[in-house]
Design a binder for this molecule. Structure first.
Ligand SMILES: Nc1ncnc2c1ncn2[C@@H]1O[C@H](COP(=O)(O)OP(=O)(O)OP(=O)(O)O)[C@@H](O)[C@H]1O
Ligand SMILES: O=P(O)(O)OC[C@H]1O[C@H](OP(=O)(O)OP(=O)(O)O)[C@H](O)[C@@H]1O
Ligand SMILES: O=C(O)c1cccnc1
Length: 491
């Protein structure tokens, strides 16, 4: 999608005050590199599924301060009542066109803590003013695609229908959630606009109100079957669920006489394990062994896992609220940090932010991630500084605990996860108009990526940690920088 209006003001004011500062100091063009990453996978899980790059690229392509943006900025005042921004700076913004380089993990890539999902390199002013929107887009979509991957993992590949629009966080939240849920593994959405906009399959049943609007349930099913003979999933729990299933079987027989087949039934309350087992028997004995049982009602990955453990005969899972709102963790804490700045001599100077918590101390450099695998499977991921290359010792060191190290075996081959997306402000890969083929390819990538992960890393509770570490050369530089900063502060 190409945004019709500029979204350059979709930012925090402080990005613009810093930009104004860089401009006034004559530093706007100084080259810098920033990395977008998260520190903990969401939902206490072992991984995340990167998503949001498509819309992020659309945002970057449309990025400009148009006349109305600049006019608005002229109205902002400082605490002396005078204009907040200099006229010269606002002229600079109106002329500004992105010239930076962006590298990122393609959507559907499995990502782990500390790894850059996006790297932006270019004039510091440009890198800085992109922070908020990139975080807004990538954080939410990565969160939802990860939730969808967990839910789809729990169903063991049985289709998940995303039903979340009515509970989603507003209009854009609903659309973005449907998109990301599909990338993460959902089979379809009930969100028709998302279907149109992103080429996602749309599916649905009917609501209780349909049944309630008739005097009795049988009539409701028959009338629905007459109106929609090729889309019959009867919602059977308005009054008594198993009685509802019996009526659905009878309605299905009448439909069959007309040359159509009912798709199945939907359960939306009560004990879904018991009811699905009993409903299955009624459907099978009634001559509908192929009828599908759809279930919904505040489902999430944990309830689904429990239902499967109880032998539930559910074949299609409708999941709304807990998926589209990422109910148990409503935000991914992705951050965007400065990694290095180019000095006057044109050398990259790595930059470090210290923290009391080792894991929160930033990783300096111009970072890239290399994923290693051998014939046994994935070996581990290395975060390294592209300007220095990989140390020949081929060892990764945990970013939070220097005692945790792993040798990358010589038979392992590596692939860089960050791929070029923009060069000098121009999109260089086909992350352009969202097409059905494109989103289906992305969804397939997620499936391939998850298929390569060890099952223990995908475990819902207390997952095994996939090995991720800093290239030992980068670790030593960072360690030295930490010592120097601590020394300066007399620690
Ligand atoms: N066998 C089961 N094991 C575990 N959880 C279940 C089982 N059956 C249903 N659930 C889940 O338990 C919760 C049921 O909540 P609740 O009892 O409020 O729903 P209900 O019986 O459908 O009532 P309501 O009519 O208000 O929806 C839902 O999240 C549902 O998905
Ligand atoms: O439960 P979710 O995962 O959010 O899935 C969507 C829910 O939306 C619909 O009902 P709605 O919640 O509007 O009404 P109900 O609770 O009375 O069924 C539907 O029947 C599902 O239960
Ligand atoms: O089609 C459905 O069954 C549906 C759609 C949205 C929300 N709940 C259910």
């Amino acid at each position: 999608m190409h945004y019709a209006t500029s979204l350059a003001l979709l930012t925090d004011l402080y990005q613009l005050t810093m930009a104004s500062g860089y401009w006034k100091l004559g530093r706007s063009e100084q080259e810098a590199v920033f990395h977008l990453f998260f520190r903990e996978p969401p939902f206490s899980g072992g991984y995340a599924v990167a998503a949001g790059l498509g819309p992020a690229v659309d945002f970057l392509k449309s990025f400009r301060f148009d006349a109305s943006d600049v006019e608005y900025l002229t109205t902002l005042t400082g605490n002396d009542g005078g204009p907040l921004f200099d006229g010269g700076f606002l002229d600079y913004l109106s002329e500004l066109r992105l010239t930076c380089d962006v590298d990122a993990m393609p959507e559907g890539t499995v990502a782990f803590a500390q790894q850059p999902l996006v790297r932006v390199r270019g004039p510091i002013l440009q890198c800085q003013i992109l922070e908020t929107a990139l975080l807004n887009i990538i954080n939410f979509q990565t969160l939802i695609s990860t939730k969808a991957a967990r839910i789809s993992g729990a169903t063991g590949g049985e289709p998940v229908l995303e039903f979340g629009l009515r509970r989603a966080q507003g209009i854009d939240g609903g659309l973005a959630a449907s998109r990301a849920a599909y990338i993460g593994g959902c089979a379809a959405t009930s969100n028709v606009l998302a279907g149109k906009q992103y080429g996602i399959p749309v599916k649905g049943t009917h609501a209780h109100s349909w049944v309630m609007s008739f005097d009795d349930e049988t009539k409701a099913f028959d009338r629905y079957a007459e109106a929609m003979p090729n889309n019959c999933v009867f919602l059977v729990d308005t009054y008594d669920t198993l009685e509802g299933v019996r009526k659905a079987v009878e309605a299905g027989k009448r439909l069959r006489e007309r040359g159509y087949e009912m798709i199945g039934i939907r359960l939306d309350s009560g004990d879904l394990a018991y009811l699905s087992i009993e409903a299955r028997k009624l459907l099978d004995n009634g001559g509908f062994p192929d009828a599908t049982i759809v279930a919904s009602n505040d489902l999430d990955e944990n309830i689904i896992q429990s239902l499967k453990g109880q032998g539930a005969r559910i074949a299609v899972w409708g999941v709304g609220t807990k998926l589209a709102t990422a109910y148990d963790q409503p935000a991914l804490g992705g951050v965007y940090k400065l990694g290095a700045i180019k000095s006057g001599e044109g050398e990259w100077e790595p930059k470090l932010k210290l923290s009391e918590q080792a894991v929160k101390t930033s990783i300096p450099g111009v970072l890239q991630v290399r994923r290693f695998e051998n014939e046994k499977g994935l070996v581990g991921d290395m975060i390294y500084d592209e300007t220095r290359g990989i140390d020949q010792r081929s060892v990764i060191v945990d970013a939070g605990d220097a005692n945790r190290r792993k040798q990358i075996p010589p038979d392992a081959t590596g692939t860089n996860l960050l791929v070029p997306v923009m060069r000098a402000g121009e999109v260089v890969v086909p992350f352009t108009e969202e097409s059905k083929d494109k989103i289906d390819d992305t969804r397939a990538r997620t499936q391939r990526e998850l298929g390569r992960l060890h099952p223990a890393v995908k475990r819902l509770m207390n997952p095994h940690e996939h090995p991720v570490g800093l290239d030992i050369g980068l670790h030593e530089i960072r360690d030295q920088m930490i010592r120097e900063v601590r020394w300066d502060f007399g620690d």
